[in-house]
Design a protein. Structure first.
Length: 251
């Protein structure tokens, strides 16, 4: 069943309205008519099943049928931070990361990043990624649309790291040295309602100097197994492991 996200908190009221691009999608793409049903999701993570009661010139009006009871979000808010990569790799992480439960996506420039984005490019790319995560949230029946931020500098990432309960950086040298425990130990230490930042480098990886600066900010280096993963694969592997640990394992 189709899903739409509304830009305000749920409140008990008689009707709800769909406007702008979502109105166009529902009316012209999905060809929804009166008495059709879909899910409406609000900013405070409440989701309801709703039925169309009327279609106006620029709005579709719904009334509530029932609330969705199943929790779709991971118990820990996970932010994925990726060094700027070539091509559409960040778009792949945005789409698949949303499906896997990512709460927020950050892009940042690393010393090894090949691409260089000016302000105009960053704004355009942000808009593109926001569209991708919104559509992926609808498809995967999320109750939250992940936030997207593209930073101008590595320093912004260091400042952001101060906001999290737990911080990790995936570092290929840790894999080469046989480090196995930090990733699993951190996941086990996470409690519901806490936040986790995990940082990934671009194609060339993060430099030893960048790792040193991150570790000085209490970001712990970790391996993701014995194999070296591509820049776009590593975040998806990490999210999959988190979902297994927190959502599928017996407590």
């Amino acid at each position: 069943m189709q899903r739409y996200f509304l830009p305000y908190d749920y409140d008990e009221q008689a009707t709800f309205e769909l406007r702008d691009s979502d109105f166009h999608h529902a009316k012209n793409v999905m060809r929804m008519t009166v008495d059709d049903e879909c899910f409406l999701v609000f900013q405070n993570q409440v989701a309801i099943k709703a039925i169309i009661v009327s279609i106006e010139e620029s709005t579709i009006v719904f009334s509530e049928v029932s609330k969705e009871e199943t929790q779709k979000e991971m118990p820990v808010n996970v932010t994925i931070a990726c060094g700027y990569t070539k091509g559409d790799k960040l778009e792949l992480v945005a789409q698949k990361g949303t499906e896997l439960g990512m709460h927020e996506l950050i892009g940042f420039p690393s010393k090894t990043s090949v691409v260089k984005w000016d302000e105009k490019k960053r704004v355009k790319k942000t808009q593109r990624l926001e569209k991708i995560v919104k559509e992926a949230s609808e498809q995967s029946h999320r109750q939250v649309v992940p936030n997207v931020q593209l930073y101008r500098s590595f320093k912004e990432l260091l400042e952001k790291a101060k906001e999290f309960t737990h911080c990790l950086v995936a570092y290929e040298e840790s894999s080469k040295q046989g480090e196995k425990s930090q990733f699993a130990t951190t996941l086990s230490a996470c409690n519901p309602g806490e936040s986790l930042l995990i940082i990934f480098g671009p194609e060339g990886g993060l430099t030893p100097d960048e790792i040193k600066v991150l570790e000085e900010c209490d970001v712990k280096s970790c391996a993701l197994g014995p194999r070296i993963l591509r820049a776009e694969t590593a975040p998806l592997y990490a999210l999959s492991a988190m979902s297994y640990q927190w959502e599928l394992c017996e407590k």
